[in-house]
Ligand binder design. Structure first.
Ligand SMILES: *Cc1c(COP(=O)(O)O)cnc(C)c1O
Length: 387
């Protein structure tokens, strides 16, 4: 039987047609279709501006740059995330620190954040930027994070790589109601895809302008910003050190088409979650808990082994499921335990809740094209491996 991945893209004939149309047009790199994708994303999220990028890692780097994170500054994030949420600070020459997670949502713990901020204030080591990660698509406690940002004076970049289509207290994630910038990823395992791709949303016109500049080499053709003498229509100026972080129009065409399907994808994922929750009840696993303030995008379906009720280790269960053709995965190895971060001084034991969670977590297949029959296959395999 065909192995079932933990996540995969869902491409329709309409998606394919949209890409082909751009391939036949005059523009294949960043052009009118990117502008359209940006306009439709900002409308969908309810944000003032959206800026596309070649991937979310680049988008996080841009976010840190425009918030002027640099040497001597620190960025804080969750240890339960993909390494990119932390690496963006190192790209800017800034430092990184982590805040342990909440044992129920696996998102950054606001209690731990508050305690750490209070002690950082005493030692003069407050963060300049906080990156809350909406893990598995479940929104963080943004209301309280926003309050703390006002009290302690840091900026907020939401890492919403898992959370396009999610909502928090009635606002779509990406509205930036409680943050400076939100970053999305369109990698094929995420909720909608452009092959590779990312998007930033913001309500701040100053940040929007800087993002557009840095995305494309720091070059401007806007006369009002020139420092030198314009002496021809061909003239442009590089006024900052930027990058080539552009998305192609080929990718943006796929993005526009996928965005139309987003609400269906979210609905489908919600149905799959409800089925899993029901069919796994009674087994020695803890199924995902959702805070009532959020509507999760359900990017991942993570079960945590209930160590008091199962005699099996996570690795035994992981291997047994893999042998059944279920390509389960682990999200995430806590970033601070990676060798590169250990070299920076972090060690096992620094963030015990994230470490305990990781030791017991397994991500089961979760994607919009997962059929009921295949989901039943996953459930039978889980029953077989746990009983
Ligand atoms: C996937 C992911 C990223 C990076 O996204 P890319 O588009 O692959 O660069 C960043 N943060 C989190 C939480 C992710 O899951």
């Amino acid at each position: 039987m065909k192995p079932l991945p933990y996540g995969r893209q869902d491409i329709s004939e309409d998606d394919i047609r949209a890409v082909i149309e751009v391939l036949r047009s005059d523009w294949i790199t960043q052009g009118p279709t990117n502008e359209r994708f940006e306009a439709e994303m900002s409308r969908y999220c309810g944000a003032g501006y959206a800026v596309s990028a070649c991937n979310a890692t680049a988008a996080l780097h841009l976010a840190c740059r425009v918030l002027e994170l640099g040497p001597g500054d620190t960025l804080w994030t969750s240890p339960n995330t993909f390494v990119a949420s932390a690496n963006c600070a190192l790209y800017c020459g800034a430092g990184v620190d982590f805040v342990d997670i909440d044992p129920r949502t696996y998102n950054i713990s606001v209690e731990a954040l508050e305690i750490k901020l209070e002690s950082a204030r005493r030692t003069g080591k407050l963060p300049k930027v906080l990156v809350p990660v909406h893990f598995a698509g479940q929104p963080c406690d943004m209301l309280r994070i926003r309050e703390l940002s006002k009290q302690y004076g840091f900026s907020i970049v939401e890492d919403a790589a898992h959370a396009v289509g999610a909502a928090y207290r009635g606002d779509k994630i990406g509205s930036c109601r409680y943050s400076d910038i939100t970053v999305f990823s369109f990698h094929p395992v995420k909720i909608i895809t452009t092959g590779e791709g990312g998007m930033l949303t913001t309500n701040r016109s100053d940040l929007h302008e800087k993002l557009m500049l840095l995305r494309s080499h720091g070059i401007t053709r806007d006369k009002s910003r020139f420092m030198g003498e314009e002496n021809g229509g061909w003239y442009y100026e590089q006024i900052d050190l930027g990058y080539n972080y552009r998305m192609t129009d080929i990718q943006a065409a796929l993005g526009v088409s996928q965005l139309r399907r987003l609400d269906d994808f979210i609905m489908r994922r919600r149905q799959l979650v409800a089925r899993y929750n029901e069919m796994l009840s009674g087994l020695p696993v803890i199924t995902p808990w959702h805070h009532p303030d959020g509507d999760s995008a359900n990017h991942l379906y993570v079960v945590k082994l209930d160590s008091e009720r199962t005699g099996k280790s996570r690795n035994e269960v992981y291997n047994a499921l893999r042998n059944e053709g279920i390509q389960v995965n682990v999200h995430y190895i806590p970033v601070h335990t990676q060798p590169y971060y250990r070299k920076l001084g972090f060690k096992h034991g620094d963030f015990p809740v994230a470490e305990e969670y990781c030791a017991k977590a397994i991500s089961l297949p979760m994607y919009s094209s997962l059929s009921v029959e295949d989901q039943d296959r996953v459930v039978s395999a889980v029953h077989k491996c746990l009983t």
